[in-house]
Ligand binder design. Sequence first.
Ligand code: PAF
Length: 281
Amino acid sequence: MERFDTCEAMTAWSLGQRSEGARVGLVPTMGFLHKGHQALMDALRPKVDRLIVSIFVNPLQFGPEEDFEQYPQDMLSDQRICNEAGVDAIFSPTEFYPKGFSTSVSVHDLTAGLCGEARPGHFEGVATVVTRLFGVCACDIAAFGEKDYQQLRVIGQMARDLALPVEILGVPLVRDEDGIALSSRNSYLSPSERVRARTLHQALFKMQDAFQDGERDVEALLAKGHSVIDADRVDYLQIVDGVNLGPIGKITEPARAVAAAFYGHVRLIDNVCIGGEVEWT
Ligand code: PAF
């Protein structure tokens, strides 16, 4: 397994692989890898000849009060996981944005609500880093988790709007044994917060069950969800259109039940599909 820590070396390697006819895939991450990231690698591995995992904690997507400085890291464990998943190259840049970097990428509409509203500037930071990662890694395809459902839709829209020659692969969310969606930030939870954090997915599952039992009214479904969540603060609990993430009153098309809540200072997000899956791009 190769490891590159400059953008130039990464690009040169990837272009070299492509010139030999290899199809190159990228799993962008911020490190502290877990089974959710492994699922991204496993989904992409059979679709490509060369697999890159990028590990970069992107300062642009963190707000001033957020956890950029504390974001967990464990390069040794990350390397082991990548090795086991058959990754060909890790890209862990020491400097990612060149001096004088002054471009940002904004996706409108899709970023107006949910995490876009709660975390101003977040998706601009994500769209900017992902666009540059696509350029530096010269990838043909990239995988993103459904756990960050809004992020996945934003990146799909961005790739389409900017005609980026990169296919976007959405990969189902992975849950821990207690049902909590896997996230690097779960490591911040105290044992008692972790117990209460289970109510986030339990609320979403309750809404999904009620839908399956025939309930189509969004207000009625949300009331069921709210009756279950025990959090210090619920950022949002919504059912939105599965494609444009806009508000809906009744479920007639594929929709997504989405939630974000604080347990202590830890902000967790989760989502479930209601009423059918949607195409990604
Ligand atoms: O989902 C993440 O881990 C990050 O938002 C990403 C896509 C790696 C961009 O920094």
